[in-house]
Ligand binder design. Structure first.
Ligand code: NAD
Ligand code: WQD
Length: 336
């Protein structure tokens, strides 16, 4: 059983590759290293003790992708490849729509032309927009996204749903991730952002290692227990294991499914800072600044559906997420 993993050199993709290899799948990884390093692939091989095939290819390159499908017998695709920075997407909407939407359309076309119609897609809690009240359930309305990145995820969900409606030989699983943090237990793979991190946990770990002076906490006047934003942080290894379960479902039938992958528990920014300090023994210098435009007060999942239908639930708590993020950062101060 051979699974194509697009964006497999990236943060979530690399952790998922390991869990797929551990589960006995053969994998073929495609990445263009736009936001990742080749070294992550060496470490996937090292940690899993298994070989896999890799192609450096842009998923928008229809000819290149077609050659890969012709050469490898691909049974299903897990599709991570895409651009993911919310702020950058507001500056570069053309690049975001081209890469995320153009890339997904080309991939699906090549898949169809080669008779491969099973795909697991990296969607996001961002598709719920800002009008729903947490805990967020899959049945709630989506849309009302506030930035081009979020809109690409919303649009791709619609595109994939339309593909399924047109031809129900497809099997499509949309996974809405909440806030992935943490790293593999070994400290050998983890999140390696370029430049100044946009997300909370890599910023915290870079302050702790001394690469940045101070964490800016974006607002403490939200309607939350301590006034700072509340999110559903999920360990990246739990997320990776969710993909293995989702893949099993996609391979076994012809369905269109959507699942939240979160823990169901919300933590505030200051909860995360405190948990991190406890786990690492390092003090995190922070200051309160203005709210970040586009942020909402609270966002957490109802993960019941994934448990009932996939038998998946997140097992790792906030302490372990912080310990593992810190092990990765402290063992790899400059990333890969
Ligand atoms: P990442 O940037 O670490 O990984 C994405 C990978 O895709 C990178 O290795 C990049 O080089 C590759 N890539 C990008 N465009 C490509 C293209 N056109 N062709 C081939 N490869 C390409 O990001 P991640 O955090 O691992 O996220 C993976 C997926 O999950 C993305 O689709 C992202 O939008 C989605 N997601 C991420 C989060 C998060 O907070 N990290 C939350 C929800 C959803
Ligand atoms: C978390 C909390 C911030 C940085 C984003 C995307 C979402 C998804 C996950 C892809 C918020 C606060 C952050 C900092 C801070 N990605 N914060 N100081 O915004 O929940 O979600 O990543 O799909 O689509 O929007 O994650 O990690 O940026 O922020 O105070 O330097 O930390 O205000 O409350 P977010 P985040």
């Amino acid at each position: 059983m051979s699974i194509l993993v697009t964006g497999g050199a990236g943060y979530i993709g690399s952790h998922t590759c390991i869990e797929l290899l551990n589960a006995g799948y053969e994998i073929v990884v495609v990445d263009n290293f736009y936001n990742s390093k080749r070294e992550s692939l060496n470490r996937i091989a090292e940690l899993s003790g298994k070989e896999f095939t890799f192609y450096e290819c842009d998923i928008r390159d229809a000819e290149g992708m077609d050659k890969i499908f012709k050469k490898e017998k691909i049974d299903a695709v897990i599709h991570f490849a895409g651009l993911k920075a919310v702020g950058e997407s507001c500056q570069k909407p053309i690049e975001y729509y081209d890469n995320n939407i153009g890339g997904t359309l080309t991939l699906c076309d090549v898949m169809r032309n080669n008779g491969c119609k099973k795909i697991v897609f990296s969607s996001s809690a961002t598709v719920y927009g800002s009008n729903n009240v947490s805990p967020l359930k899959e049945t709630m309305q989506t849309g009302g996204t506030t930035n081009p990145y979020g809109t690409t995820k919303y649009m791709i969900e619609i595109i994939l749903s339309d593909i399924y409606k047109s031809d129900n030989e497809w099997s499509i699983c949309l996974l809405r991730y909440f806030n992935p943090i943490g790293a593999h237990k070994s400290g050998r793979i983890g999140e390696d952002p370029n430049g100044i991190p946009n997300n909370l946990m890599p910023f915290i770990t870079q302050v702790a290692i001394g690469k940045r002076e101070c964490l800016s906490v974006f607002g403490n006047d939200y309607d939350t227990p301590d006034g700072t934003g509340v999110r559903d942080y999920i360990h990246v290894v739990d997320l990776a294991l969710g993909h293995v379960k989702a893949l099993g479902r996609a391979l076994s039938g012809n369905t269109l499914d959507v699942y939240n992958l979160g823990t169901g528990t919300g933590y505030s920014v200051l909860d995360v800072v405190n948990a991190f300090e406890k786990a690492s023994g390092v003090k995190v210098n922070y200051k309160i600044v203005d709210r970040r435009p586009g942020d909402i007060a609270t966002c957490y999942s109802d993960p019941t559906k994934a448990f009932e239908e996939l038998g998946w639930k997140a097992e790792r708590g906030i302490e372990e997420m912080c310990e593992d993020s810190w092990r990765w950062q402290s063992q790899n101060p400059n990333g890969y």
